[in-house]
Ligand binder design. Structure first.
Ligand SMILES: [Zn+2]
Length: 609
């Protein structure tokens, strides 16, 4: 049953909630680990945190994560202005810094209160920000955990919340507080506090909350909810599973650069630029399908290399090609099944992904597994160069598509990537077990296809052999065609680190860009008068040789400056996915099943060619 209702919460109910008598969560509140977060200083982006430690050993250590959400070291402790501690009798306790992110408190046997001030002004789905407009909090960025009690249940309270602001979070609320069974659950639960719009809907037996913090002129909540219905029902039916009762979507639609989404077990936080949203919902539904599928793949179907999470250092995993890349593969199937993408659009996108990989020389030197390990280098501009790295999103998505076709071929259409994911869901996620990175994927794929996939995993996942696209695509009547075209050449390559600034990674020697003064490392602020962001690529692709490009850049040495030069041209190879000259009835049938993300019902017999 599907039902639609859209509400903007009256703030009176929320205010009433804040004013209601505080009922203790346990008999003795001092026996509970608790966090109090004060939003008293939004103008300065300063948050005060008070951690109440229950009685325990006489020395306690507190750790602030060095990373969370992004697979990058971000050292959140850089924003801590001061820290102090006292015992129950208000007597100051000694606080000793052990390393840049860990502190030891002495004299805590009867319990203690630790307080610190932290600056929070990182916008976006991976960040934590308090401003006069709102608070959006990735809690791992501001809350330390007691090293000896990371698994203890805890309570979280907010104070000095402006009277017209509401709180939205997937955390369970109890009276005037929120509770979590442990620190990991706490920091997997983002919090939005502000004057957001909320739309709720039910689908597939679950309740969905849609929290939108954006200018109402920039979006249509009903249209978004309509698209979300399609995405969630298509994903849930594909997995034949719904491991939650309530799920929350957090959206921000900033003017200017935006980009990306962050998955959580019971929610996702997504930024889409208002400019892009005004054109259509394609970006929003694509990112949403991806993040929503993550509730299975990576949050529940989880590589053992990521468990338990180590917040003190890099968590190395070889499996991001699967956890991220194959999530993008399934994103495509969800969109196709939901009617948000058609065959033509899907094949065009496949061609674009193949082109992206083929244009990166590093595909011959860095494997999908190595690219997963090296995720921790993605913050560095040099690392993102095409001759240095590939993307585990890009190659991983293609590997997901090719693995799907390989499983279909080996099983004569009886199994597909869907059965691989469902097998992993049943045998790992539902049993509380974690899979053995690429080996675990291989095991699942071999079991559902009754075949040996050694050469696939050795050559294309662990190795850097060129993927023979036509061999995989033939069974669905397709082939890849290389086209050489004359394309506009701006003379430089730029890249971004997720929602970070766009930086110049390379400038072509002798190019107009070089003559205009563009330098490697320059931050691109504006392109053709528009803020640099996810649309810049489209902006560039609209230009023709001879057109004038105007960019505003900034660098440490030369400051801010506007540069202009003429676009030249160059030859570039791109790849199109096309029908074979003759497509057989069998190939058509296999393609139809493939584009539904389903095994062929009643398929039998050997597959020709
Ligand atoms: Zn992802």
């Amino acid at each position: 049953m599907k039902r639609f209702r859209s509400i903007v919460r009256s703030h009176f109910t929320i205010v009433a909630l804040f004013l209601s008598a505080s009922v203790a969560f346990t008999q003795d509140p001092r026996a509970q680990l608790s966090y109090a977060v004060s939003l008293a200083n939004p103008e300065q982006h300063l948050v005060e945190v008070k951690i109440t430690l229950p009685p325990g050993s006489s020395d306690r250590e507190l750790q602030l994560p060095v990373w969370n959400a992004l697979y990058q070291i971000r050292d959140f402790s850089q924003y801590i202005n001061w820290i102090r501690a006292k015992d129950r009798a208000e007597t100051p306790l000694a606080v000793r810094e052990l390393n840049k992110s860990r502190w030891q408190i002495h004299g805590t046997s009867a319990g203690a209160v630790v307080e610190y001030e932290i600056y929070l002004d990182s916008p976006g789905p991976f960040g934590a920000q308090l401003s006069v407009h709102h608070a959006f909090l990735n809690l791992a960025q501001l809350l330390m955990y007691p090293v000896d009690a990371r698994n203890a249940p805890l309570v979280l309270r907010f104070s000095h919340v402006p009277s017209d602001w509401h709180i939205a979070t997937p955390l369970k609320s109890v009276d005037d507080s929120y509770v979590a069974e442990n620190y990991d659950r706490l920091v997997d639960s983002p919090v939005e506090i502000g004057t957001f719009h909320e739309s709720d809907f039910d689908d597939s037996g679950a309740h969905f909350r849609v929290i939108i913090d954006a200018d109402p002129a920039d979006y249509n909540a009903e249209k978004i909810v309509g698209a979300l219905h399609k995405v969630v029902s298509s994903a849930i039916s594909w997995m034949n599973d719904r491991p939650f009762d309530t799920y929350t979507f957090f959206y921000h639609f900033p003017r200017g650069p935006a980009g990306g989404g962050m998955e959580h077990a019971y929610s996702t936080a997504i930024d889409v630029s208002a400019d892009q949203l005004r054109q259509n919902l394609d970006v929003l539904t694509g990112v949403t399908a991806h993040e929503f599928f993550h509730l299975w793949n990576v949050k529940r179907i989880r590589p053992k290399s990521l468990e338990p999470v180590d917040y003190t250092r890099e968590n190395y995993t070889r499996a991001l090609w699967f956890s991220e890349g194959c999530t993008s593969t399934v994103e495509g199937f969800i969109q196709l099944r939901a009617g948000l993408l058609d065959e033509k659009g899907y094949l065009a996108r496949l061609g674009d992904e193949i082109t992206e990989l083929e244009l990166r020389p590093a595909r011959l030197t860095q494997s999908a597994e190595e690219s997963s390990l090296d995720a921790w280098l993605e913050g560095f501009g040099y690392y993102r160069r095409p001759d240095r790295s590939i993307s585990y999103y890009n190659k991983g998505e293609l590997l997901g598509i090719m693995l799907d076709l390989a499983v279909r071929n080996a099983s004569h259409g009886q199994a597909s990537l869907r059965e691989v994911l469902q097998w992993m869901n049943n045998n790992y996620a539902k049993r509380g077990r974690f899979f053995d990175d690429s080996n675990g994927v291989r095991e699942a794929a071999e079991i559902v296809s009754h075949s040996d996939l050694d050469s696939f995993f050795t050559s294309y996942v662990a190795g850097t052999e060129e993927i023979p696209w036509d061999d995989f695509l033939r069974s669905v009547g397709l082939r890849v065609e290389a086209l050489t075209t004359t394309v506009p050449d701006p003379g430089f390559v730029a890249s971004r680190n997720f929602d970070g600034p766009m930086a110049v990674a390379a400038v072509a020697p002798g190019s107009e860009a070089e003559r205009a003064g563009l330098q490697v490392g320059d931050t691109i602020l504006e392109l053709q008068g528009k803020p640099a962001g996810q649309e810049s690529r489209q902006e560039l692709s609209r230009l023709n040789p001879g057109d004038t490009l105007t960019v505003k850049v900034r660098s440490r040495r030369a400051g801010e400056r506007e540069l202009k030069w003429k676009i030249s041209s160059r030859q570039e190879v791109s790849y199109d996915v096309k029908d074979l000259d003759r497509v057989s009835v069998d190939q058509r049938a296999r393609r139809a099943a493939w584009l539904k993300g389903e095994a062929q019902v009643g398929a039998s017999g050997a597959i020709g060619q």
